[in-house]
Write a protein that binds this ligand. Structure first.
Ligand code: ARG
Length: 271
């Protein structure tokens, strides 16, 4: 049995006070779709409670009226030991978030380290640690050139994965580390080189099926042996349980309207 992940006990969340689908920057978003903000608030509180129930500590970032996607804290940047590398967002709609994120992390005592201004990267949404390396994706939101910079800024080896399907525009909807040897994955979103990289890295993969991947099953948050999931198909649940993990479904339906699930709503502060 794999060792429990050494990270995933402290998270940053931001309440959906101003959450909306106000623009379309990924294929899941439609401004025709109305977000029920009261429902979103209840769901967000449910996620926060489930994280705490599983043994995690939650820190809360204040919301801001001009940035509805701030709720997706996974994209704030990468919090790595005492360093914070803020994101450089691809879309102008999200770029104002960076100043707010830097302010929060500076106040929290992190040392802010910057990517060069011309390089895009969307934080933990496109970077997850596994097996002693940082797996980072590029193309839709992040640039491959960010990876060498991240490796230098954080002093960690980085493995690059190219995303090929615009519906899977961030790594964290295709890859979910479960413990030291296992991860859920959706290889359909990666180019063939990326598949080879993950194949070499993950001894015991739980390969998702297309309908499971599109239900954001990989966008789950792991706290010790608990897996908080936007939904858990029976087949996936049986495998997780056989591995000694406990799947817990957390309804984040309002956030799926913006193309984000459980993982996107959290940023690990202990990577
Ligand atoms: N609407 C947001 C965007 O398109 C969703 C971000 C989801 N975050 C994530 N880590 N996958 O940027």
């Amino acid at each position: 049995m794999g060792e429990a992940l050494p990270w995933g006990r402290r998270f940053l969340l931001c309440p959906p006070t101003h959450f909306a689908v106000a623009y379309e920057i990924n294929p899941w978003m439609s401004t025709q779709v109305v977000v029920d903000r009261d429902r979103a608030q209840v769901q967000w509180e449910g996620l926060k409670a489930a994280l705490e129930q599983a043994g995690a500590t939650v820190e809360v970032q204040p919301p801001h009226p001009s940035v509805p996607d701030l709720v997706f804290t996974a994209n704030a940047g990468i919090a790595w030991r005492q360093a914070f590398v803020p994101s450089h967002f691809r879309h102008p709609e999200r770029q104002p978030e960076t100043a707010l994120d830097i302010a929060w992390f500076e106040a929290a005592g992190y040392e802010v380290r910057r990517l060069s201004a011309d390089v895009g990267h969307e934080g933990a949404g496109d970077a997850l640690p596994f097996g002693g390396v940082l797996v980072s994706a590029y193309r839709f939101r992040s640039d491959a050139t960010a990876h060498t910079q991240l490796s230098r800024l954080l002093d960690v080896p980085v493995r690059s994965i190219e995303l090929v399907d615009p519906r899977y525009y961030h790594l964290d909807i295709t890859f979910c580390p479960l413990d030291s040897t296992r991860a859920m994955l959706w290889p359909g979103a990666w180019d063939s080189y990326g598949r080879t990289v993950i194949e070499a890295l993950v001894p015991e993969p739980l390969v998702l099926e297309a309908d499971e991947a599109s239900a954001f099953v990989a966008n789950s948050v792991v706290v010790g042996r608990t897996v908080l999931m936007p939904s858990c198909p029976p087949r996936v649940g049986r495998q997780l349980e056989a591995w000694g993990l406990t799947p817990v479904e957390v309804d984040v339906g309002e956030f799926l309207k913006a193309g984000g699930g459980c993982r996107c709503l959290t940023l690990a502060l202990d990577m």
